[in-house]
Write a new protein. Structure first.
Lengths: 192, 192
DNA sequence: ATAATAAATAGACTGTAGTCTAGTAATTAA
DNA sequence: TTAATTACTAGACTACAGTCTATTTATTAT
């Protein structure tokens, strides 16, 4: 049931996408987003520059996909583990996010910057990066509220904005994203 | 006491800076940061392109200065007016910031993006934009805490990060910055 | 076989930020 | 008056993102 009718013309090179994404990841980690040109990626992947543009609209789209193919492998520890309190789960979650950003934070910053200059990419980025994380935290905070760890009067959606906002604010202003920050954010959200 | 010894060579054209900044503001508001080239600004100001680079390092530096020369005129309503509660003052302050961003928000977004791609500019932007606002809000929240409007246990620095973070997060994700947001942020910060 | 289709390639092209240089103009110091 | 100094101008130059086009190549449909 997988060999549906193949489409008409010449098929896409099956290996190209993987080679391109691998080259992208390697070069971006090595030199930083800014210092990697599309031409360099194409060359490293042994592919014509236009082939990249056949498959991705912009450099940002390509890097986002390459980065997320890798990142999605990191199965975050479950946020609904009932054997832990929600405060613990949030702090652990933030700690994991920050640990990952220690490696890829510069790239994420570049992608956020790219999103400010390109509406289409902003939508893609929001869909793939922003929304999922926001939903995870909001759901966790709702559970916390249902369990009485957060007062019923609190505005959970706004608290979720506080959490992500504090994280973006630190990231974009070049402040360290470490365990201290994860603890301070979490503690303040759960403070009576 | 103002006519100190003039420096050695040919003096800078006294009118050029004003003409350049005026052209910058007008073009950026008209077409958006992205769609204004340095060449277009130089041409509109009747000045050689290199003259811009004699005075500013990058497009972002120029736009920041042009924008702030205008913005600094907006004397924000005082944040330490003792005849109002701190909650009221914070909401009014955020309302003013958001109202101004309704006009210049796209430019500010572009500047934040530029700061992600240029360390030197990030430092300048932090100094001129980020720090002053952060200090105003932190001072206000400290006063609120001293007056008992905020519980002594709260971490005021983190609350300030929450406020700015929520605002950046909304701005950079294309969500509306309006009176509702100002009210929701403020209410949640002051919630018991 | 042949036609139709779509991907890949090479390379020209546009627009922009930022750098560099050579020449000219305005000013101070001697 | 002349030398030194600095700003301004014009324009060449580099590097890059993204677009476009002509050509070749791999595939399906007839």
């Amino acid at each position: 049931m997988n060999d549906d009718k193949r489409p008409r013309g010449r098929p896409q090179d099956a290996d190209a996408a993987a080679a391109i994404k691998a080259a992208t990841l390697q070069l971006v980690k090595e030199r930083g987003y800014r210092n990697v040109s599309i031409a360099a990626i194409a060359s490293a992947a042994n592919v014509a520059r236009q082939t990249l543009y056949n498959r991705w609209n912009t450099k940002a789209d390509l890097v986002l996909e390459a980065l997320f193919e890798e990142t999605d492998l990191y199965a975050a520890a479950p946020l609904n583990d009932p054997s832990h309190g929600c405060q613990f789960l949030l702090e652990r979650f933030l700690g994991q996010v920050f640990a990952h950003l220690a490696e890829s934070g510069d790239t994420v910053r570049a992608l956020i910057a790219a999103a400010q200059e390109d509406r289409a990419f902003q939508a893609v980025f929001k869909q793939r990066f922003v929304k999922p994380r926001e939903e995870m935290v909001t759901a966790l905070l709702q559970r916390a509220q249902a369990r009485g760890e957060i007062a019923p009067s609190r505005d959970v959606a706004m608290l979720s904005s506080f959490v992500h906002g504090a994280f973006w604010y630190a990231l974009l202003n070049g402040e360290p994203l470490d365990a201290n920050l994860a603890r301070a954010i979490t503690a303040e959200v759960f403070r009576a």
